[in-house]
Design a protein around this ligand. Structure first.
Ligand SMILES: Cc1cc2nc3c(=O)[nH]c(=O)nc-3n(C[C@H](O)[C@H](O)[C@H](O)COP(=O)(O)O)c2cc1C
Length: 321
């Protein structure tokens, strides 16, 4: 399966097609899927990467931190920029800005369960306001020269599973690709993802569908893909600390074998992040990349105490001796 070539035929406007050479896709993860991590996952074999969610209001106001989230380089493509917001006009204006960038698509976040997002009618709240969701998708499609995708959940709670109707609405409104996370708002990130709902969405629409939820290994991804009939699977938490998953490999069981990827990640952070953020980001990810190793707690303590990336490099090398 790792080398299988699949056409995820996202029907781009202007007849462009997004060809994915594996069916494994990196999820948008706020606070994690910045440019260095996306590049790392692409190098391991992720076929497509999503940015973390970007505020449409932040883009409208050209906020410095929001604009920085749009940083991209050719090597990470194909990449899809994810936007969130609840106002069709603001979302359309943000999409128009994204279209000026060398990226491959725009994703609309209709699944985020975080309180401050939902309170403003954005994220998964849109699954309870189909009319607004439809207006956003239509407005963004009209303003965008890029294909538009929508990421949503199975529904609001166990009594309100509306993913199939929502998917049909999104397709009819112009979405070229759908991603379904098989959890409800009420589940947030707990419980188990319901892949029956994911499979039902795939059956109900003509556009490509990416299934998402609880994929922790490459083998699980292959099983989900086959059982759901989805066009691709999206990996979120399973990729944190384990980008090897995209290569179809098990996470190495010793530090020496993990070291090349750790060093590569440091290099990518130094190259692509502003100096003031490098150390913090590296420490977050290295913490996870050391997970599961014998002696991991001690390794972590030593890495977290390092005052610079040079020291982190030395520390990692010394831990291998
Ligand atoms: C820390 C964290 C941040 C996330 N940020 C986003 C985000 O920015 N946009 C989004 O659509 N989903 C976001 N998600 C949801 C994931 O993309 C994914 O749908 C969810 O984690 C289920 O997949 P998994 O079981 O493979 O992790 C986030 C999840 C986590 C745990």
């Amino acid at each position: 399966m790792p080398n299988q070539t699949r056409d995820l035929a996202i029907s781009f406007l202007a007849n462009r097609q997004l060809r994915l050479n594996t069916p494994f896709v990196l999820a948008p993860l706020a606070g994690y899927t910045d440019l260095p991590f996306r590049l790392l996952c692409r190098e391991q074999g992720a076929a497509l990467v999503f940015t973390e969610m970007v505020s449409s209001h932040g883009l409208q106001q050209a906020q410095r931190r929001t604009l920085a989230m749009l940083n991209s380089v050719a090597a990470e493509r194909p990449v899809i920029v994810q936007l969130f917001g609840a106002d069709p006009e603001v979302m359309a204006a943000a999409a128009a800005k994204v279209c000026a960038l060398p990226v491959d698509g725009i994703d609309l976040n209709m699944g985020c369960p975080v309180r401050k997002v939902v309170k403003r009618g954005a994220g998964v709240a849109l699954m309870r306001s189909s009319d607004t969701a439809r207006a956003i998708i239509r407005a963004v499609c009209a303003a965008s020269s890029l294909p538009v995708s929508v990421k949503f959940r199975s529904g609001w709670d166990a009594e309100q599973i509306n993913a199939v109707a929502f998917a049909q609405m999104a397709e009819e409104a112009g979405a070229a690709l759908l991603t379904v996370h098989g959890r409800t708002w009420a589940q947030a990130f707990g419980g188990r993802a319901d892949w029956q709902v994911v499979a039902a969405v795939k059956q109900a629409v003509g556009v490509p569908v990416i299934g998402n939820g609880d994929i922790g290994t490459h083998a699980e991804g292959c099983q989900r893909l086959a059982a759901s009939g989805c066009d691709a699977v999206m990996v979120g938490r399973g990729a944190l600390g384990n980008p090897w998953l995209f290569a179809g490999r098990e996470r190495p069981h010793n530090l020496i074998e993990r070291l090349p990827l750790l060093h590569r990640y440091l290099e990518l952070c130094e190259r692509h992040l502003p100096v003031e953020r490098v150390l913090f980001r590296i420490k977050c990810q290295v913490n996870r990349l050391l997970g599961g190793l014998p002696g991991a707690a001690q390794f972590r303590q030593q890495v977290l105490a390092c005052p610079s990336t040079v020291d982190i490099r030395r520390c990692l090398d010394s831990l291998c001796c």
